[in-house]
Design a protein around this ligand. Structure first.
Ligand SMILES: [Fe+2]
Length: 128
């Protein structure tokens, strides 16, 4: 295996590797070689949230409450959400039966929320 340069581990560079066969998710702030049942996994490219993959946000002092209108069907649903800041992240696995809303601790005042759609891939939106 090839020796890599030292990884600074900057969390804001967090990448998501998702196996299309089993749905396994691997997170890394570096550039690892990740393989799963479908073979080598590529880092998911994130698109800006579109109309179908968008969220509404309500804030309290200590919590974000997100809701969305995206389908939550067995074959097409938001399978995880991850809020990323410069030095930390909060990862939440979502399930079709869990409905179209979720909450996260408001541990940062701004960051990037990533949503992964089981059919359409990774989306991102700035949260402040
Ligand atoms: Fe979708």
């Amino acid at each position: 295996m090839e020796q890599k340069a030292k990884d600074p581990g900057k969390i804001s560079r967090l990448g998501f590797y998702v196996c299309p066969e089993c749905g396994n998710v691997v997170l890394s702030a570096g550039s690892p070689a990740v393989s799963c049942c479908s073979g080598q996994l590529e880092k998911c490219a994130a698109a800006d949230c579109d109309e179908e993959h968008s969220v509404m946000v309500e804030k309290t002092d200590d919590e974000y409450s997100f809701s969305f209108s995206h389908p939550m069907d067995k074959d097409h649903y938001i399978s995880f959400a991850c809020l990323v800041s410069d030095d930390r992240y909060f990862f939440l696995k979502l399930y079709p039966e869990g409905g179209s809303q979720f909450r996260m601790p408001r541990f940062v005042r701004r960051g990037t929320l990533y949503l992964y759609c089981s059919r359409d891939g990774l989306f991102r939106v700035k949260i402040s």
